[in-house]
Design a protein around this ligand. Structure first.
Ligand code: HEM
Ligand code: HEM
Length: 154
């Protein structure tokens, strides 16, 4: 079997990012489609599709898992890339977008004002859609760029 470049993420960690982020995007996009284009007949006229609720439950659950996975990137992956100045711009852009996603998500939970909440909602899902190409660019640009570890000065 071909040996994996040691500067790359372990396979489990790389796939944990793709699977958890993929589920986050998928549940977010299906919710958007149902919310904007689908209504079902209810007792008092058209109402949101019942799956919308469960999609948000799934999205919230996966968000917890994804943030744990993203947290595991800090101690080695990000520190190594930072010290070696490799893939730094796209890494910072992606990490910054994740931070804003997490912050706007808090707004979705706790903002009482409907107008403000709806603004946060738009910013949240727009950032979510931007995050996908950012991750793709980051992962693809990183390919083949071996990271050399600088020893700290004594
Ligand atoms: C300042 C922040 C970051 C820096 C400097 C950075 C650096 C790097 C580098 C150097 C590579 C190429 C590794 C190689 O092929 O040798 C890479 C790839 C990758 N990064 Fe990052 N990264 C950052 C943030 C993140 C974050 C927050 C995530 C996900 C939550 C992430 C996920 C990935 C993935 C999935 C790959 C492709 C798999 C791989 O090549 O190992 N990165 N990153
Ligand atoms: C760090 C990543 C993310 C976190 C922590 C996160 C978290 C959350 C949370 C906590 C909610 C509120 C759920 C509820 O009201 O029950 C939410 C809603 C939502 N998220 Fe995310 N999310 C993330 C990424 C994404 C991505 C990548 C998309 C892609 C499109 C997305 C789209 C949405 C949508 C459409 C909603 C519903 C907005 C609304 O209720 O008005 N999210 N998210």
């Amino acid at each position: 079997m071909k040996k994996r470049d040691p500067s790359r993420l372990p396979r489990w960690q790389e796939w944990a990012v793709y699977v958890s982020f993929g589920l986050l995007i998928a549940t977010g996009i299906v919710w958007l489609v149902l919310e904007n284009f689908v209504r079902v007949d209810g007792q008092f006229g058209p109402e949101p599709h019942p799956a919308e609720h469960w999609l948000l439950v799934a999205h919230g659950l996966v968000a917890y898992a994804f943030l744990i996975v993203a947290g595991t990137m800090v101690p080695v992956h990000i520190i190594l890339g930072w010290n070696a100045r490799r893939n730094l711009k796209s890494g910072l852009a992606f990490a910054g977008t994740l931070l804003l996603l997490a912050l706007t998500a808090l707004g979705l939970y706790y903002l009482g004002d409907d107008v403000l909440r709806s603004r946060f909602s738009t910013i949240h899902w727009a950032l979510g859609l931007v995050a996908l190409p950012l991750l793709a660019i980051h992962a693809l640009r990183g390919r083949g760029r071996a990271v050399t570890i600088r020893r700290p000065r004594k």
